[in-house]
Design a protein around this ligand. Structure first.
Ligand SMILES: [Zn+2]
Length: 304
């Protein structure tokens, strides 16, 4: 395995397309190439080391067929730099900045970032969250206060979903995080998400917002009171999830300026991926995202 703990080391380790392709092969196939068309394991290798042919369906393929890197003329070395930047920049990176850093158009950089966010939506963090779990919701978008008074929608500040998209965050303290775009903040919606993601018997902490109240039947439930007159147990708080949300909002305002509600899930995938791999080294974060790059998404699917 290649070692690289900085962008300069990464670009030295993968200074040619051939080296990048070798690394992708290693991560994707572990020395056992298979056919991306039919899944068959007996394949022939051509001498150039790039082209393969399936013994069963007879189709030819390269190691990038069936990955998010196919159907684009972007060199793998630029994809690799982009992966490094997206997983290691604490607040993410804008398409404008990425375009400058890797020398592409902004449209290409936008496309790269969206494909990488798709890959960040990993299934490898799927075990239920357990022990002490903090749950909270936030609202993204719809900056009402920037609108003119006559264009403001009534009752849109705070917990209203008229112009904002609700996001539910669930985090295991000292563990992993999940964040979901949700259709509404009704008891039913929230309860379903929590049950799908939190282990039975876990100790959960939420504020006193009504949709959380029924969760006490399934979990040990501690409430945080936002009223300052009430005694609050020191370890009963939702600071972890609130911290994640404020970081997320700072990224959206500072880096992306604005995000369309239809892309919120992708930004959540990117942010939770970074959070969940924060203890990893630069190269293992990189390899983890690279492992997830075998899903394919077209430009059409992205903009629709
Ligand atoms: Zn095949």
């Amino acid at each position: 395995m290649k070692k690289f703990n900085s962008l300069i080391e990464l670009t030295k380790a993968f200074d040619t397309e051939e080296k990048a392709l070798e690394h992708l092969k290693e991560i994707r196939w572990h020395g056992k190439p298979y056919c991306p068309h039919c899944g068959h394991k007996k394949v022939y290798t051509f001498k150039d080391g790039k082209l393969y042919k399936c013994a069963k369906c007879r189709k030819k393929f390269t190691p990038i067929v069936g990955t998010i890197f196919s159907d684009s003329k972007i060199p793998l070395t630029k994809w690799f730099m982009s992966i490094y930047l997206i997983v290691n920049h604490k607040k993410g990176i804008s398409s404008l900045q990425l375009a400058k850093d890797i020398g592409t158009t902004q449209k290409t950089a936008w496309f790269i970032l969206h494909r990488l966010r798709h890959a960040a939506n990993t299934k490898s963090f799927n075990e239920p969250l357990d022990n002490t779990v903090e749950i909270d919701e936030t609202y993204i978008g719809g900056k009402e206060r920037f609108k003119h008074a006559n264009k403001k929608t009534e009752n849109t500040q705070g917990r209203s979903t008229k112009t904002k998209t609700p996001v539910l965050g669930i985090v295991e303290r000292d563990g992993r995080i999940r964040a979901f775009k949700i259709a509404d903040v009704q008891t039913e919606t929230i309860t379903k998400k929590v049950r799908e993601n939190v282990a039975k018997g876990a100790r959960i902490m939420t504020d006193e917002y009504k949709p959380y109240r029924k969760l006490g039947k399934m979990y040990k439930h501690d409430f945080i009171s936002h009223s300052k007159f009430q005694y609050v147990n020191e370890d009963c708080h939702t600071n972890t999830i609130e911290g994640f949300f404020s970081q997320l909002k700072r990224s959206i305002v500072g880096i992306y300026h604005f995000i369309s509600p239809k892309y919120i899930e992708q930004y959540l995938a990117e942010s939770t991926f970074r959070y969940n791999t924060k203890e990893e080294t630069g190269e293992s974060r990189f390899d983890l995202l690279l492992t997830n790059c075998s899903g394919r998404i077209t430009y059409k699917q992205l903009i629709n």
